[in-house]
Design a protein around this ligand. Structure first.
Ligand SMILES: [Zn+2]
Ligand SMILES: [Zn+2]
Length: 222
């Protein structure tokens, strides 16, 4: 997802490195645990808040390996993660702040690495555009786990929902928050509104001028 490694030498992080990634929120079948699943790679593996990468292809090598695409992935910037969230493959995901550690491969825009701690979960908007405030089941999942999606109360409807706070508790207290800056449409709308209003006023003014001319013409006849 982020190109080939720019360095081929094996490296090990001396201090955890902050990164950002997208994942599907998951709830255990018995409803007592929360976790995450990969979007493209590792879709069938659910990981906890703290997790070590295992080879997604079932190989015996340590993950990540240059011979394989396994391991955890993250991007260096929040902006890149938010941009990726616009891709159809990544919609209905949540954005995770992670601390990456252990063996790693460096890419231009991110890392592939061995160990991860999730430090924050950012929840974007419901598919309808409203802020998502509750998790509901998608009807999809993997053995022992149900995949969730964050929606607004209106779209949740009568379905039972899990609040962001409840999801946070099931993660052992990792903050789960609305990604407030995820309102690009509103920003665009605000910027666009002024010219649209100006155009409508100009149009209205032109019509009023026309009406005024017609009234004047009628008045002059009498
Ligand atoms: Zn592998
Ligand atoms: Zn909605």
């Amino acid at each position: 997802m982020a190109g080939w490694p720019v360095r081929t030498r094996k490296e090990r992080l001396t201090a955890p490195l902050r990164g950002y990634k997208l994942a599907h929120p998951m709830l255990s079948a018995d409803g007592t645990r929360a976790g995450f699943a990969g979007v493209i790679l590792g879709r069938s593996t659910v990981y906890d808040v703290v997790a070590d990468a295992k080879c997604a292809q079932g190989e015996r090598h340590k993950s990540p390996s240059r011979l394989c695409d396994c391991g955890f992935y993250c991007l260096h910037t929040l902006a890149d993660a938010r941009a990726l969230a616009c891709d159809p493959d990544y919609c209905y995901t949540v954005l995770l702040d992670v601390a990456a550690s252990g063996r790693f491969l460096r890419y231009e825009r991110g890392l592939r690495y061995a160990r991860q701690r999730v430090s924050r979960v950012r929840v974007g908007r419901c598919a309808c555009g409203q802020p998502a405030t509750v998790f509901v089941e998608t009807g999809s999942g993997t053995v022992g786990w149900r995949r969730l999606v964050a929606v607004c109360p209106a779209c949740a409807g009568p379905r039972p929902g899990l609040s962001l706070a409840a999801f946070s508790r099931l993660l052992g207290g990792v903050p789960v928050e609305s990604d407030e800056t995820d309102s690009s449409l509103e920003q665009v709308a605000d910027q666009e509104l002024v010219p649209v209003l100006a155009a409508e006023i100009a149009l209205l003014q032109a019509r009023l001028d026309e009406v005024q001319r017609q009234l004047d013409r009628l008045a002059n006849r009498h």
